[in-house]
Design a binder for this molecule. Structure first.
Ligand code: SAM
Ligand code: DTB
Ligand code: SF4
Length: 330
């Protein structure tokens, strides 16, 4: 048996120590483990680096909704898809601050602001910089997701006090062209590079359930894990199917395969926060519990993601109570 796959070999230690670069074949071999072995190893990796009973909570807000030039096949906000979404201008600073205060009062520790842009124009960036500084002054960690960054923009974000920049690789390089044609995988990697060079923390993950193969899922996680260093935060989104998008009607991903994806993310990136992200509204409690067992230790918290529903804060706190989970940093 390959050493890496032998539970007796302590895969968590091997991963944290020797194995900086992962091959897709190694990731696929983890996917193919008997479920109990995979879960056991993911739990061991999780416990080596985190309190297994703590989950980080982030609240999302769409600060600029709809009308996006890009053609991402999953997205409700592309102007190329007839989803019936009402386009909105950039929110006012006070509106954002009210939402951030409410999120903090409900127990969120990080506030993530998303804009439906290919990337920010300089005139758009200025008000966002003010939002970042003001949200941080409330005592929340800050994250924004604004699309592709141009030269110098990452530095401006860092100077405004931004903690995390979210920019997902979304799927395998080989599958990206099936989902998006208006920008490339290399564009995504270039923005991640700029964020790192500017000294910010990286939040990057992907979406599963878009009709991709297991090999594609393994390739996505390999790409993320081989970033040097890996992202501090790794959102794993289950596709939320939106009427009017090309991916509406994609074959649903098997829930066990979803839990396996979370476990492999935990094993490949043992020191990262792995976030159980979009798609929780479509998951029952046992599946979410399985994902926490597989090593997920962050969620989006609050009744809305960007444009689609998320479980209520009350139902999440109820689930945390049943599972004995505490809020990280809460
Ligand atoms: N426009 C920016 C960009 O594309 O990076 C930021 C906003 S975009 C909505 C942020 C991320 O949300 C996407 O990269 C994708 O991972 C996720 N996302 C968007 N629509 C989704 C859906 N229907 N289901 C699951 N995840 C989705
Ligand atoms: C991430 O990985 N997922 C979030 C956040 N980063 C920006 C967005 C999920 C969006 C789900 C679909 C919607 O609400 O529009
Ligand atoms: Fe635009 Fe981002 Fe949606 Fe793509 S994912 S259409 S870039 S908002």
């Amino acid at each position: 048996m390959n050493d890496l796959l032998n539970p007796a070999q302590g895969v968590a230690e091997k991963i944290a120590g020797e194995c900086r670069r992962w091959s897709v074949a190694q990731a696929e071999a983890l996917f193919a483990l008997p479920f109990s072995d995979l879960m056991f190893q993911a739990q061991a990796a999780h416990r080596a680096h985190f309190d297994p009973n703590e989950v980080q909570v982030s609240t999302l807000l769409s600060i600029k909704t709809g009308g996006c030039s890009e053609d991402c096949g999953y997205c409700s906000q592309s102007k190329r898809h007839d989803t019936g979404l009402e386009q909105e201008d950039l929110l006012a600073l006070e509106t954002v601050l009210d939402k951030a205060r409410a999120a903090k009062a409900k127990g969120a520790t990080r506030f993530c602001m998303g804009a439906a842009w290919r990337g920010p124009k300089q005139k758009d960036l200025k008000p966002v910089l003010e939002m970042i500084t003001a949200v941080r002054e409330l005592g929340l960690e800050t994250c924004v997701t604004l699309g592709m960054l141009k030269e110098g923009q990452a530095e401006q974000l860092r100077e405004a006090g931004l903690d995390y920049y979210n920019h997902n690789l979304d799927t395998a390089p080989e599958y990206y062209g099936e989902v998006v044609t208006t920008h490339t995988y290399q564009d995504r990697l270039d923005t991640l590079d700029q964020v790192r060079q500017a000294g910010m923390k990286v939040c990057s993950g992907g979406i599963v359930g878009m009709g991709e193969s297991r090999t594609h899922r393994a390739a996505l996680l390999t790409q993320l894990a081989n970033l040097n260093p890996p992202p501090e935060s790794v959102p794993i989104n289950l596709l939320v199917q939106v009427k009017g998008t090309p991916l509406d009607g994609a074959e649903a991903l098997d829930p066990i395969e979803f839990a396996r994806t979370v476990a492999v993310a935990r094993l490949l990136m043992p020191q990262s926060l792995v976030r159980l992200s979009a798609g929780r509204e479509q998951m029952d409690e046992p599946l979410q519990a399985l994902c926490f067992l597989a090593g997920a230790n962050s969620i989006f918290y609050g009744e809305k993601l960007l444009t689609t529903p998320n479980p209520s804060a009350e139902s999440d706190l109820d689930l945390f109570g049943k599972l004995g989970i505490r809020v990280m940093g809460g």
